[in-house]
Design a binder for this molecule. Structure first.
Ligand SMILES: Cc1cc2nc3c(=O)[nH]c(=O)nc-3n(C[C@H](O)[C@H](O)[C@H](O)COP(=O)(O)O)c2cc1C
Length: 418
């Protein structure tokens, strides 16, 4: 067992016992689910978005894709806001706060007018919420002027953030849409209108796959389909990109940001923290594996901190940011030639085929021995071969070759491909 580490974080002036929270979705839309999640160890919930009116969902509303025998790589949903009445949700919140006062109760709301946003904010504060999250980002609402319609329009973000601020003194988080080129501007609009922080990201508008027998997007609803929200591990790269963009924008460098999008493991968690997230939210991994995964997240993060000698989570928040630069700042004066380890080679030939058909044809193939040979004169160090090699430690980064005129020096480089 790892030594018990202090995993607590401060976010928007609120203390979380660890960075792990459920994000707004069906994983935290009832008293039972939230209380079970709290018992397992989640520090908080961003309770399922609700409006003044009940959401009406389609059936079915979910679909998933994997690759070969892997679990879901991507998940698609068409779900809208909570299907409970406002009164039912407020009652659940009051009971949760009463029974779990030490846990963080963040609540996601959605209005359709200034007055609705103000009234919802006041009602949620009255019910015992610690934080209010504004859903400016659902990508498949069937009511105009809600969800992503707000997050894509700086003026609406400003207007509705001000309306929420009018109704509450609690910290207000604006949950942003990734269905936009630059998130910095709506995020700034929210911060300048009274928001305390940002949640990043909601789901990505997508059409994941078709049912080719019925010629309809999945999930198929009576022979029809729609563009919906994409989530899960497939969106992690996009979430990390938006998070980094926000953090590297000078006016947003120090604001509270909650990271969301494809977090499944403690390693994903560390990546979000290193890119500047201060709390983390999860849905799709919980839909697949259950809320008990928080135990693995907590123990994995503790082991990581133990191994690296970190006493507090804040010690490594944002540590990757100085190392993330625009591509014009990357050096281009050397090549790292792969090194082939004969003992580990299984003779599959994938490195040869990929290099021949998609890179620089720098691998020769000995068909009798079923072994590759790297032709160093042709190799440009792209590392496609390392990425397709299924055998661990067979191909590794090897000799560093400086281009003509370049100064020889020590180079920091990726050691392993996982
Ligand atoms: C079925 C489903 C329902 C969701 N409902 C909401 C919602 O009501 N409000 C909201 O802000 N986000 C909602 N989301 C988005 C998630 O909170 C989260 O931002 C997104 O799924 C990315 O995280 P993940 O990859 O961990 O799932 C929903 C996501 C899913 C999959």
């Amino acid at each position: 067992m790892a030594t018990k580490k202090d995993l607590s974080v401060e976010f928007c002036g609120v203390t979380f016992e660890n960075p792990f929270c459920l994000s707004s979705s069906p994983v935290d839309d009832s008293y039972e689910k939230c209380s079970r999640a709290f018992e397992y160890g989640w520090a908080g919930v961003f309770y399922k978005s609700f409006a003044k009116f009940k959401g009406i969902d389609v059936s079915p509303r979910f679909d998933s894709i994997g690759k070969e025998s892997t679990p879901w790589t991507g998940f698609k949903n068409l779900e809208v806001q909570s299907d409970k009445t406002l009164e039912e949700n407020l009652d659940i919140l009051a009971r949760l706060k009463k029974h779990y006062p030490e846990k963080v109760l963040a609540v996601s709301i959605m209005g359709t007018s200034d007055d609705e946003w103000t009234e919802l904010a006041a009602a949620v504060e009255q019910a015992g919420a610690d934080i209010i999250e504004c859903n400016f980002s659902c990508p498949h609402m069937h009511v105009k002027g809600m969800g992503m319609d707000v997050g894509q329009d700086d003026n609406m973000v400003q207007e509705y953030t001000k309306a929420v601020r009018k109704g509450t003194r609690l910290p207000v988080i604006a949950k942003m849409t990734p269905n936009i080129g630059h998130m910095e501007l709506p995020a700034l609009a929210a911060m300048e209108s009274g928001a305390t922080g940002i949640s990043c990201i909601n789901t990505i508008r997508s059409m994941m796959q078709l049912d080719i027998d019925n010629c309809t997007p999945k999930p198929t609803v009576n022979g029809l389909g729609s563009i919906g929200g994409y989530s899960g591990s497939a969106i992690k790269p996009i979430a990390l990109r938006f998070l980094t963009n926000l953090r590297q924008y000078p006016a947003l460098a120090n604001i509270p940001i909650s990271g969301i999008g494809g977090i499944e493991t403690w390693r994903d968690a560390v990546e979000f923290l290193m890119c500047g997230a201060e709390t983390l939210q999860v849905t799709t991994a919980v839909m697949q594996y259950g809320s008990r995964i928080v135990k693995d997240l907590i123990s994995g993060l503790s082991y990581f901190m133990e191994e690296k000698g970190y006493d507090h989570v804040r010690d490594f928040i944002g540590l990757a940011l100085p190392h993330i630069v625009t591509t014009d700042k990357l050096p281009r004066d050397y090549e790292i030639i792969p090194q082939w380890n004969q003992d580990k080679c299984i003779g599959c030939g994938r490195c040869y085929v990929s290099c021949r058909d998609a890179a620089h044809a720098a691998i020769d193939w000995d068909a009798d021995q079923r072994r590759p040979h790297i032709n160093e004169d042709k190799c440009v160090g792209c590392h496609l071969c390392l990425n397709v090699c299924p055998s661990k430690d067979c191909l590794l980064p090897g000799q560093i070759r400086f281009k003509e005129g370049a100064e020889s020096r020590e180079i920091i480089h990726q050691v392993k491909y996982e």
